[in-house]
Design a protein around this ligand. Structure first.
Ligand code: NAD
Length: 297
């Protein structure tokens, strides 16, 4: 497996492309937005430069990594030779189902189709293809080049062979894969999102302020960053969407998103990506400082 197509050049897509390319794979990075592709390559370049400064890679590694990535705005052209597709487009079920229908028709018959979805059912995604046994979840964590975990999600029909291939491939990227079954939120978000939601509820109820809540969890529980800051990094829209998937999937009110989260998303306060969430990132330097702090952990 030499050619990896990555769909979506946003926060996760550019990190996934970076990680495969740095490990010697040829990456076809695909996005409907030319601007997203330009921004994605700029982010990868900046992150590679940061790794050079930290003496983790050489200038030659940077050049080789960038040379391994080519960009496309058409899925059909980008996936022509792909052995694996990792879909990391916007977290929206209709969008993902439509992308996987396109992939099913456009990819060679032996291409494995993976989704980086945070919460959408892999079984449901697999069901719109003619190859549900070759559809799997490959849930990378943010920031992808740094975080070790990949949650590997087996859909109801995912084959043992495909699961083994993807577990082994993840190890080749220097990651630690963990196999889980396909239920709403999988493992990572089923545990993380109720904690984030409860932190927002605690703020909403006036129990404590943003910095107080995050400080309690950082210093008291040894979390590398507080849950409200983490929510800003993930994107408040992404958090809301994951909570809604769990709320609908389990029909259990314990996953109901806090009204403050709903209001903030409606108001366009999405966290780091919009410049403001629970913290203000309007000065670029401030956001970069927080990012640097996180990447050092
Ligand atoms: N942000 C996180 O911390 C995080 C962590 C783990 C998993 N995820 C998951 O990763 C996926 C991507 O999230 P993100 O935060 O990178 O989103 P993002 O908004 O940063 O990027 C999404 C990209 O998808 C592109 N896109 C939309 N429709 C497309 C299409 N039809 N074809 C090609 N590209 C298309 C958009 O132009 C955009 O550049 C989601 O499924 C999300 O749940 C996110």
């Amino acid at each position: 497996m030499k050619n990896i197509a990555v769909i979506g050049a946003g926060t996760m897509g550019n990190g996934i492309a970076h990680t495969f390319a740095q490990n010697g794979f040829k990456v076809q990075l695909i996005d409907i937005s030319k601007q997203a592709l330009t921004n994605g390559i700029a982010t990868i370049t900046k992150n590679l430069d940061r790794m050079i400064v930290k003496e983790k890679i050489s200038e030659t590694d940077k050049i080789n990594t960038l040379n391994n990535i080519s960009t496309y705005t058409s899925i059909k052209e980008g996936v022509e030779y792909a052995g694996l597709v990792v879909e990391a487009a916007t977290e929206n079920i209709d969008l993902k189902l439509s992308i996987f229908k396109t992939l099913n028709d456009a990819c060679p018959n032996d291409t494995i189709l993976a989704s980086n979805t945070s919460s959408i059912s892999i079984t449901q995604i697999g069901a719109v293809t003619d190859r549900p046994e070759m559809v799997i979840g490959m849930h990378f964590m943010n920031p992808v080049p740094i975080m070790k975990l990949v949650e590997i999600i087996r859909g109801y029909n995912t084959s043992d062979e495909v699961t083994t291939t993807i577990m082994e491939l993840s190890k080749k990227l220097g990651k630690i894969p963990v196999e889980v079954n396909d239920y709403p939120g999988f493992v990572a978000n089923r545990i993380l999102m109720p904690m984030i939601n409860e932190s927002i509820e605690t703020l909403y109820n006036g129990v404590a302020g943003v910095s107080e809540i995050d400080t309690v969890m950082k210093l008291g529980m040894a979390h590398p960053m507080g849950p409200l800051q983490l929510a800003d990094f993930i994107g408040l829209d992404v958090c809301l969407s994951i909570l809604n998937v769990m709320y609908d999937g389990f029909k259990n009110p314990k996953y109901a998103p806090c009204p403050l989260l709903v209001n903030m998303v409606r108001a366009g306060k999405l966290g780091v990506k919009s410049g403001e969430g629970f913290y203000n990132y309007s000065e670029n330097k401030k956001a970069e400082k927080v990012a640097n702090q996180f990447s050092q952990k």
